[in-house]
Design a protein. Structure first.
Length: 131
């Protein structure tokens, strides 16, 4: 049986993780939905699985021309707005499901909330202005 670290690292480096991260970055609301340590872990786990399944389904539905054989099929799928939107909806659905899970209701956000950020900005402005 491989060491858990040997299993975890390859999963993090997989292309599906890059796709999920890209789709997550395109929707700032996702960070608000899954912004705690346990929510992020659950989100990434299920988003990787569901995006991988959806990519597999899309691959089987596509007819690829011989001229496209050397092109990365995932990149080709992501360029198609219809497929990109389907993947984005899947990632968003995972985030919403994780956010709605009562197991995570009492978790604190990973970083400071908007009010804390604004208090810090005000403090920094005063310090820089010499007040």
């Amino acid at each position: 049986m491989p060491d858990p670290e040997e299993i975890w690292l390859p999963l993090v480096d997989e292309p599906v993780g890059d796709i999920v991260a890209k789709l997550q970055a395109e929707d700032p609301e996702i960070e608000k939905l899954v912004g705690s340590p346990h929510r992020i872990l659950a989100f990434r786990t299920f988003a990787y699985i569901r995006v991988g399944i959806l990519l597999g389904e899309l691959l089987f539905e596509q007819d690829r021309a011989p001229a496209e054989a050397d092109e990365n099929w995932v990149e080709a799928l992501l360029r198609d707005p219809k497929h990109h939107d389907a993947l984005q909806r899947e990632v968003r659905a995972v985030a919403e499901e994780i956010a709605a899970d009562p197991k995570y209701a009492d978790e604190e956000p990973l970083g400071p909330d908007d009010e804390a950020r604004e208090r810090f900005r005000e403090f920094a402005r005063k310090q820089l202005a010499g007040e």
